[in-house]
Write a protein that binds this ligand. Sequence first.
Ligand SMILES: Cc1ncc(COP(=O)(O)O)c(C=O)c1O
Length: 471
Amino acid sequence: MREIVSIRRNAAAMAVPTSSQPEQSASDIHREASLPNPDPPKDSQTAAIVDEHLQYMVATYVRPPPMMVKGKGCYVWDIENRRYLDFTAGIAVNALGHCDPEMARLMGQQARTLVHTSNLYHNPWTGALSQLLVTKTRSSGSMHGASKVFVCNSGSEANEAAIKFARKVGKIRQPSGKQHEIVSFNESFHGRTMGSLSATPNPKYQKPFGPMIPGFRYGTYNDEAGIENLVNERTCGVIVEPVQGEGGVNVATASFLQALRNRCNEVGAVLIYDEIQCGLSRTGQLWAHANLPPSAHPDIVTTAKALGNGFPIGATMVTEEVARCVVTGDHGTTFGGNPLACRLAHYIVSRLSDPELQSGVVEKEKTFRVGFERLRKRFPELIKEVRGRGLILGLQLTQAPTPIVTAARERGLLIITAGTNTLRFVPPLVISNEEIEEGLGILEQAMEIALNSKEQIDGTKGQQEMAPEGR
Ligand SMILES: Cc1ncc(COP(=O)(O)O)c(C=O)c1O
């Protein structure tokens, strides 16, 4: 690998065709010379490694050509030592940036002390993390009834537990089994396991794996009028993202969430806020629902992503009433709650619940919004709307964003898409204003290129989480 890292291409040198570069066309050379981070071409050493590996990997993802090998703060480097500013944070995961030094230290220390014993035995960290999540949640003004935590390994698993817990509550309330339906919303994303997928009404994700689990119903996000029919005496749980991430950075209105809460109270259903992407201070508050009055607080909050800053962990936080319905043997996990993951998450939650970090998020949102306004004035035909809260922001475009994503990457900026023609911004929460400006500058160039360049930018090279529909 050291050899490959050392082949870093010098863009300036590439500008001059030499006899040692016979296969490269003049236009390729010109393109690479004008770009700080041109995607590795098909005959690059990166492509050779990727091609060799791909034959052994299930083809669940479409990835752009670079291969990332190193991260520090808000930057990552590829195997050819090109640097990228990261506005994706591993899809809203690396809230503390890449390779936080204290996290690395704790990881080493805990790895030398105790990694895993399974849930057959107590360890000091599952409980300490649960306690910290509950106390920080209560003192943050969100989920006033937060009482107990189930720790698992991912967002899907956290939602899976929430769905099972809601079904168990329904069973206890209605032993006939009549109250078993789970309600979720269009454009939501709750995960890929069969339960969480059944709550994710996106045909692209569900169709290849049907039939879904029975008993799931779908409604329209922010449609208050539809709630009464949607949520009824058969409903045991309602799952909703206070800010939809994958669905296009859509923010739930306070009145919609309050109406859901009221209807759940009427029919005796459990209200679940999926804060896997929008929680843990991404909006500037510990949980995105902290701006709501206690009368709109949920019975369950699910979290993952930033909880481990890249180390796999998820958690399902419940009220005393829900916890009482879940008894020994109802649910479990081998890895979930292991001392290593929980030690790390304990440190990460301590950092992310810092009010200074949270007010910094609000300040940085302003920097983004000022920059977006500048871009909107410059490209009024491209940018339709700015959405989001804190550092989960979206630009609704009038056209497919992949050429912009590609042009940005080839200029040293990683961005991600969401929903339909939405650019999503979920950078590390520790990003500086200078880094935001640097990224916005690159984005402006990328938009300019994507809109005005005669050169066709290959859209398929853009960031996509999965293959197009039908594959
Ligand atoms: C809101 C939300 N819920 C659940 C998930 C699933 O989490 P995971 O990919 O860790 O299973 C995601 C992942 O993007 C998410 O954004």
